[in-house]
Design a protein around this ligand. Sequence first.
Ligand SMILES: Cc1cc2nc3c(=O)[nH]c(=O)nc-3n(C[C@H](O)[C@H](O)[C@H](O)COP(=O)(O)OP(=O)(O)OC[C@H]3O[C@@H](n4cnc5c(N)ncnc54)[C@H](O)[C@@H]3O)c2cc1C
Length: 406
Amino acid sequence: MDDETDFCVVGAGPAGLVLALLLLRSGARVTVLERASSFSRDYRGEILQPGGLALLDQLGVLAGARARGGYAHRRFRLVERGRALLDIDYRRLPAPYDHLLSLPQRHLLEELLAQCRGRDGFDYRAGTRISELVREDGRVRGVVADGPDGRRTVRAHCVVGADGRFSKTRRLAGIDGQRLEAFDHDVLWFKVPLPCPADPPDVTIFRSSANPVLAYHSYPDRLQLGWTLPHRGYAAVAEHGIEHVKQQIGRAIPQYAELIDAHLHTLADLSLLDVFAGCADRWALDGLLLIGDSAHTHSPIGAQGINLAIQDAVLAHPVLVDSLRSRDAGAARLDRFTGQRRRSVERVLKLQVLQSRAMLSQNRVGNALRPRAARLLAHTPVYPRVLRRIAYGDRPVVLAADLLTR
Ligand SMILES: Cc1cc2nc3c(=O)[nH]c(=O)nc-3n(C[C@H](O)[C@H](O)[C@H](O)COP(=O)(O)OP(=O)(O)OC[C@H]3O[C@@H](n4cnc5c(N)ncnc54)[C@H](O)[C@@H]3O)c2cc1C
């Protein structure tokens, strides 16, 4: 027999689980399908901006997620040969959201899932992948998914694709992800053991004559490093082997060279992130909505993806509740979400491209101008505006608290 629900959410990332919790608390039934069988999987983004923190707090999720472990970082800095070129000081924002939070993503997801569990109408299927969309009369009516209990059909008032940058839901719907080669760098990620000091240091990008490296303390006792390299340049780097990579990274961050030497053994210890942007040409079809990375994909530089995913869920929530009440999940109604959101997302993307070029590019003119431009920025009225935009996004996002009936 087919399963019946109000909303079938594909993907239990930040977008999917925040949305599931909001819909459940608004009295809807929600089934979440998640491909992974646990949250302890590959490294995923973990730096949260103040805008995301504020929304999670309003939703009653932040305290529990933090209690599982994370670090507050007061500043984001761009440092070249020991000198800070750019110093984004989050303490200039109003408390309590006056910092970045590095929070292992599983801590956030586990807390969200714990809050969904036990609520009437919630069904969570781990280890379950979407394989088909059910279409009837020209609209999406549900999904077919394969999981530990075999193949099942979940019929729903509306299907929400929240299954990330390579979204299968998007592909099955025939929607183009519109990949954009907007960034000049890919990132090689790895962690090395390093206890965090009592006062966690800043999130820092270290520049030198070698490729820039992003570094921050990751809970509980790791230093997370992201070595940037030219987009699609990994094969050329890998040809030279791990010793060459270690040498390059050691040149950019000599203070950690010994640590890296001791803990990086093979290229398999590094995980390559192909950095691209994307903005799907449609976010809604009759019976289907895309949110988070499945609708628009971002670079990890600038830490915007989780913020945007949480904001998407918060903004899609009233549109979806309204569609359930009116029994209308047509594209025109769902596009009330798309309409207001697409421009904001595009603006954040533009800001990320600017940030990325300003911080990572290696050309003579840029290198010569960077220190002066950074000093100027810090002393103009533009600085607080830029800081607010990085922290909160393009415009305020308000949670529809009046719809939360339980
Ligand atoms: C290496 C890396 C570092 C990053 N660093 C940061 C950072 O520090 N800060 C920041 O803000 N952003 C960062 N990002 C981006 C951020 O992680 C994403 O923007 C954010 O997680 C998007 O949330 P989402 O819920 O839309 O998608 P995701 O978090 O990608 O979640 C999608 C979920 O769908 C599931 N799924 C996929 N396919 C299927 C399927 N066929 N069936 C069922 N389930 C499926 C996946 O298993 C996953 O759980 C980083 C990204 C990467 C890759």
